[in-house]
Design a protein around this ligand. Structure first.
Ligand SMILES: [Fe+2]
Ligand SMILES: [Fe+2]
Length: 189
């Protein structure tokens, strides 16, 4: 099975945009957190998070089908491929069906909102609570690119209370906070 460093090499090769790379690291961390919570394999789940938008920059019109071609060629597990397909069901026709599929779908947009919320706070993610994120969720002008409907569907899919899901995403992203540059100490620079 390909390792995380194989996946990282793919990200280096395919993704130039710093913001998209950070998005991939954020989603990877959140999905890994859910793997530990739901009894999944963090290595496998992490790969799905890290690679789900691999082709977004180079093939936005085929996303994520171009990524899936590469993943299949390189022998990534079928559960990773399935999760990548199911994070965009309206395009691929593949609906989220497994715990990994649901976790990836549920973390994807929310990670963007949590990230944007962190940037607005001097202390970043350090003491971030779901309450602050919910406030931003309701403010549709804030981070307008974050699809609120997709966030709501994610909450439904993961089957948790919205606050609990947001808390889990925050906890997961804390583990990548340094790479994401969202700690208070990073934002003070
Ligand atoms: Fe995507
Ligand atoms: Fe994404």
């Amino acid at each position: 099975m390909p390792t995380r460093s194989d996946a990282l090499a793919l990200v280096q090769e395919w993704v130039d945009n710093e913001g998209l790379r950070k998005h991939l690291f954020a989603v990877e961390a959140a999905v890994r957190y859910y793997a530990r919570k739901l009894g999944g394999d963090p290595e496998i789940w992490g790969l799905a998070g890290l690679l789900h938008d691999l082709d977004w920059e180079k093939h936005p019109d085929r996303h994520p089908l171009a990524a899936v071609d590469v993943l299949r060629q390189q022998g990534y597990p079928e559960e990773v491929v399935h999760a990548v397909l199911a994070h965009r069901p309206e395009f691929t026709g593949v609906e989220p069906a497994t715990d990994l599929d649901r976790a990836l779908y549920a973390c994807d947009e929310l990670c963007g909102l949590v990230y944007a919320t962190c940037l607005m706070r001097p202390t970043g993610i350090d003491d971030l609570t779901p309450k602050s994120v919910v406030k931003k969720l309701k403010d549709r002008a804030f981070a307008a690119g974050v699809d609120r409907q997709q966030v709501a569907r994610g909450v439904e899919l993961i089957g948790l209370d919205q606050n609990e899901h947001i808390q889990n995403v925050i906890e997961g992203m804390r583990e990548a906070a340094e790479v994401l540059g969202i700690r208070g100490v990073d934002l003070a620079r």
